[in-house]
Design a protein around this ligand. Structure first.
Ligand code: NAD
Length: 339
């Protein structure tokens, strides 16, 4: 049994990871600034500490002597609406960088055996993601750096921070660049949700014969990895001896219109897609709709070579499970509002 700390375990990926590692019999301590909205804490950990990891005193308390592994997932983040409008740049950079500065040092001081850091595909240069049909997100393409968001720049800085601790203090690190992870028990409304959750919610909320809005011309491409496969990939990476940054994502690239169409197909409703095109546009809730890069897809050759495993589940399978969960949430919310 390992003593494991999951930072940001009150969030989507951390909650699922906690559940899996607890089921495997490890002792799990989670720290997050908020409680988990969808998991009962007894399902995902043995101890849940509510605390702000930008405060070094909290980090000292949470990462104590004898901890075997730390999974650092805490970050100020969200979907495009939070990350790409520019309105949260200072908070995103400040909060996440301070957390990583606190955590990396404390892991060295407390002699933690292994540390996982969650980076993001958002650190890849914008100039390699202009062609929706041919994006390049190979690990070796990271430099010269040119992420399209401050969120991506902070991720790149923190990757380098953990790698520097690895070089200078022998901190045993594993670094994953996540590409759009999705699934149940994640944010599905409010502006911080990612596109699979947003599409499922829009479809679940709409009546047969209606229409759903898709930002932009819908031709922008992405790939999406279902949460269970993400957790499996993280655990296998941790068990390996590979300490360079590596992609964790799916190589099944789809356009956002195809993603929307998939959600519509799963619902079996007859719905139309309304593409919000133009230079600056706002959706029906009054949100400005940023698009992010034109194309992005995971490139998994390095992961396969170094870890010897690959993700294989089709997007549709994960979307079916996610749609099911989100439509239940939509129904619960509708009932709450009508009582
Ligand atoms: P999430 O927002 O659900 O989880 C992050 C958690 O960090 C939240 O619960 C939040 O409360 C917590 N947190 C933020 N600031 C904190 C603070 N000061 N003190 C304590 N806790 C704090 O996000 P997620 O989707 O679970 O992502 C986990 C990690 O993976 C993040 O670092 C994210 O940047 C990275 N990532 C995720 C994706 C994705 O598609 N979900 C893609 C790329 C990278």
């Amino acid at each position: 049994m390992k003593k494991i700390v999951i930072l940001g375990g009150g969030g989507f990926i951390g909650g699922h990871l906690g559940k899996r590692l607890k089921n495997e019999g490890h002792h799990i301590r989670i720290c997050d600034i908020k409680k988990h909205e969808y998991f009962d804490h007894s399902e995902i950990c043995d101890e849940f500490i509510v605390g702000d990891l930008t405060d070094p005193k909290v980090v000292k308390l949470v990462i104590e002597d004898g901890v075997d592994e730390v999974y650092q997932l805490a970050a100020d983040m969200g979907g495009a609406l939070y990350i790409f409008t520019g309105e949260h740049d200072a908070d995103v950079m400040h909060n996440s960088a301070i957390i990583n500065l606190n955590v990396s040092r404390e892991c060295v001081l407390k002699k933690v055996k292994k540390v996982f850091y969650s980076s993001s595909a958002c650190m890849y240069p914008e100039h390699n993601q202009l062609d929706p049909n041919n994006p390049n997100c190979e690990e070796s393409s990271a430099y010269p750096a040119n992420p399209d968001s401050e969120y991506g720049w902070e991720k790149l800085f923190s990757e380098r921070l953990y790698l520097a601790y690895n070089r200078n203090y022998n901190l045993n690190v594993r670094i994953a660049r996540f590409h759009n992870i999705f699934g149940p028990q994640g944010t599905w409304f409010g502006g911080k949700e990612k596109s699979p959750a947003a599409m499922c919610r829009k479809v679940a909320e709409e009546m047969d014969g209606g229409q759903i809005e898709v930002w932009g011309n819908g031709k922008q491409t992405r790939s999406f990895l279902y949460i269970d496969e993400c957790v499996e990939a993280v655990i296998r990476l941790m068990e390996s001896d590979f300490s360079e940054p590596v992609n964790i994502g799916s190589e099944e690239m789809v356009s956002i219109n195809e993603l929307a169409q998939m959600a519509i197909g799963i619902s079996q409703k007859k719905l139309y897609i309304n593409n919000l095109e133009g230079k600056e546009f706002f959706d029906k809730y009054g949100f400005k709709c940023p698009l992010g890069v034109k194309g992005r897809n995971s490139h998994n050759k390095l992961y396969k070579e170094k870890i010897g495993w690959e993700v294989s589940q089709p997007l549709r399978v994960g979307m079916e499970k996610t749609y099911q969960w989100i439509s239940e949430q939509v129904q619960k919310k509708t009932v709450e509002h009508s009582v």
